[in-house]
Write a protein that binds this ligand. Structure first.
Ligand SMILES: Nc1ncnc2c1ncn2[C@@H]1O[C@H](COP(=O)(O)OP(=O)(O)OP(=O)(O)O)[C@@H](O)[C@H]1O
Ligand SMILES: [Mg+2]
Length: 174
């Protein structure tokens, strides 16, 4: 199964993915993590044009599909702003679960965990998702986690319950 977290910068993807990783690996499950920032550090030539972002997300999809075949539960956390690229990832994975980590731009900008919104507003970075680059919301996500209405603990609880249900269903072949 591939648990794919998508959302604006600062929406809480990495925070939730890290907790989910701890939770699932704590249960003795084989879990693989795939994070946009880590993948970009591995392939630092990746830029932020539409084409480069799509390639980046497709590449993440390929890696996710590979780990899924190796029978790992994959937790992928990437902005993945383009529907086209997410749907490609869905198409090559066996069981792709789209998790929309949803927070308003105002909330994400207020959190600004990496200080990037500030830089984008100052014009120091161009093509920043949510500011001067698009984020295409999921049309039919499997679940929405409204992180601007919940605390981190509450958001994680919602995600954990959902994932536990999915795992139970998968076990019973539903
Ligand atoms: N309900 C919530 N759910 C998730 N994170 C929350 C919540 N409330 C506050 N936060 C905080 O918001 C921040 C989200 O940052 P995080 O790095 O997880 O975002 P991200 O979606 O991975 O962004 P990026 O795309 O830039 O990597 C964290 O500091 C987290 O603690
Ligand atoms: Mg992140």
């Amino acid at each position: 199964m591939v648990l794919w977290l998508t959302g604006l910068p600062g929406s809480g993807k990495t925070a939730l993915a890290d907790r989910l990783y701890e939770y699932l690996s704590g249960k003795g499950l084989k879990v693989a993590r795939l994070d946009g920032d880590v993948l970009r550090a591995t392939f630092p030539e990746t830029g932020f044009t539409r084409e480069e972002r799509i390639r980046h997300v497709r590449r993440a999809g390929e890696l996710a599909a590979k780990s899924e075949k190796d029978r790992a539960i994959v937790i992928a956390s990437l902005i993945s702003p383009h529907r086209e690229a997410r749907s490609y990832a869905r198409s090559i994975c066996e069981s792709f679960v789209e998790i929309y980590v949803k927070a308003s731009l105002a909330t994400c900008e207020k959190r600004d965990p990496k200080g990037l919104y500030k830089k984008a507003r100052r014009g120091e970075i161009k093509n920043f998702t949510g500011i001067d680059d698009p984020y295409e919301e999921p049309e039919k996500p499997d679940i929405v986690i409204p992180t601007d209405e919940l605390t981190l603990d509450q958001s994680f609880e919602l995600l954990r319950e959902f994932v536990d249900r999915r795992l139970k269903n998968a076990e019973s072949g539903m």
